[in-house]
Write a protein that binds this ligand. Sequence first.
Ligand code: SAM
Length: 246
Amino acid sequence: MSARPAGNYGIDAPGVPWGWGGCAVVFAIAAIVVSVLGSALWLPIYFTVLAVIAAIGTFFYLRSTLVGKFEVWRGVIAALRLRGDEEALDLGCGHASVSVLLAEQLPTGHVTGIDLWRSVDQSRNSVQAAQRNARANDVDARITFDTGDMTSLPYADASFDLVTASLAIHNIRSAQARRTAVLEAVRVLRPGGRLAIVDIEKVREYDATVREAGLTVAENRGLGWRMWWTGPWFPTRLLIATKPEQ
Ligand SMILES: C[S@@+](CC[C@H](N)C(=O)[O-])C[C@H]1O[C@@H](n2cnc3c(N)ncnc32)[C@H](O)[C@@H]1O
């Protein structure tokens, strides 16, 4: 079985693979041109090496966004050992990649996905695209999609057993607003509820915020090559924290 559910999930930050792929083509052309012009041997070798690095980076990026993200999240969700009746909230759900994987594991539960549907963060992003993916996987009855900002969640305190955020919080520019988003996630969690954040940067910042809010950090670790965004210099981390029972 493929890790990727049925449907179309777009490309995360589509400008990045276009940039890296474009560089691969430009460097390859430069290598050909300088060798045809009979330049010193090191110059075509130099451009060829750059072209290969850019092509490998493009490959890793596309693999991460199209396949790796789903492989990793399937493992993260399995390790959460859900009962199956939880209420989950997926922050910055985009095309519902994580919402769909969660709903598959919650036969008597429910998933709410919230997003601003920004195409700069994920190509062809829209609530309709998310709904199509939920339908394609026959989990649409267990997912609700809302349009909203994760820094100001339209939900009551202690409404969810699980809050997830996949590659979403780093898209918020200011550190203060990212902190607000994490505190909002904590606010809507029930006592004993869990927060699972997967992100490419700022995880140390989220870790400090959840500890400050009184949560216990169960995991803060790298997720390996499956979520290398061009290469090992751009890895992804997982943070899992639990809200205390009261
Ligand atoms: C890189 S995409 C990841 C989407 C999805 N979580 C996934 O892993 O496929 C980041 C998402 O965060 C959303 N987003 C960015 N800022 C947001 C905010 N302040 N509130 C809600 N969603 C936001 C974007 O619209 C986009 O859908």
